[in-house]
Write a protein that binds this ligand. Structure first.
Ligand SMILES: NC(=O)c1ccc[n+]([C@@H]2O[C@H](COP(=O)([O-])OP(=O)(O)OC[C@H]3O[C@@H](n4cnc5c(N)ncnc54)[C@H](OP(=O)(O)O)[C@@H]3O)[C@@H](O)[C@H]2O)c1
Length: 223
């Protein structure tokens, strides 16, 4: 059997980067997409199985370019990883920052899922949610939290509509990445190593379809 071909949307840093490394170590050819060309280039120089596209998921023209690429290319595994949002009281952050969060963390992913559902090519698709923010309030991260709630609702509804599609939601807990502010209090309570989370995610992607949603076990207990 040929090694899987993998697409990672949000691959230059954090979980997406760690997942790209995990996938290439396991001999998967990876196409990574995100904004920072220098980081993607550095990855490609280190990992011969890694190639990339530069795109900003908050920009409609870049979204369309990635969707056209996806229409023309087949993958075995597609990971929707990018996410983010402004930190602070909702009314004190500019509306453009909230719109950025929604485009990057939800709207673009919804467009990708709409295309994949209509193409019915059967590619495994794993959406990255958040055990921290998709089920309960996340003060000072309201627009990010809203996007993650929406992403969970959409992903699990699509899975229920298309039971044969290996569409899954992976909801990590706190990880040591740029997304988590350096002074975040949770850093003192023990957060996950991102390479370990990437390894868990890759291993889960190799299991047979069945489990639609995987959460951080520690945070699941506290729900
Ligand atoms: N870190 C945590 O504690 C935590 C907890 C729960 C869930 N999560 C979720 O896990 C996922 C990965 O988070 P992370 O912590 O790895 O975040 P991160 O370190 O901030 O990395 C985000 C990745 O997404 C890309 N990206 C961000 N905005 C983009 C845009 N507009 N267009 C294209 N690419 C974009 C970034 O690359 P460029 O900057 O090069 O574009 C980067 O590769 C996210 O969905 C996040 O919500 C994280």
């Amino acid at each position: 059997m040929n090694p899987p071909r993998t697409l990672i949307l949000g691959a230059s840093r954090g979980l997406g980067r760690a997942l790209a490394i995990e996938a290439t170590v396991n001999l998967s050819a990876v196409v990574g997409v995100s904004r920072k060309e220098n980081l993607l280039q550095a990855m490609a120089a280190e990992q011969p199985l890694f190639t990339f596209l530069v795109a900003d998921f908050a920009k409609t023209e870049d979204q369309n370019r990635v969707l056209e690429y996806l229409r023309a290319q087949r993958f075995d595994k597609i990971f929707l990883v990018a996410g983010g949002g402004p930190y602070g009281l909702f009314h004190q952050r500019a509306m453009r920052d909230h719109l950025w969060a929604w485009e990057t963390s939800f709207v673009f992913h919804a467009k990708v899922l709409h295309l994949l559902a209509s193409l019915r090519r059967g590619e495994q698709t794993i959406v990255v949610g958040s055990s921290v923010a998709e089920d309960k309030p996340d003060p000072h991260a309201a627009s990010y939290c809203a996007a993650k709630h929406a992403l969970k609702g959409l992903t699990l509804s699509l899975r229920a509509e298309n039971p044969d599609w290996d569409l899954r939601l992976f909801s990590p807990g706190y990880m040591d990445t740029d997304l988590l502010p350096k002074n975040a209090a949770v850093r003192n309570e023990g957060i996950h190593n991102v390479s370990q989370v990437a390894e868990d995610l890759w291993r889960w992607s190799l299991t047979p379809p069945g489990e639609a949603h995987k959460m951080d076990p520690q945070l699941q207990e506290n729900l």
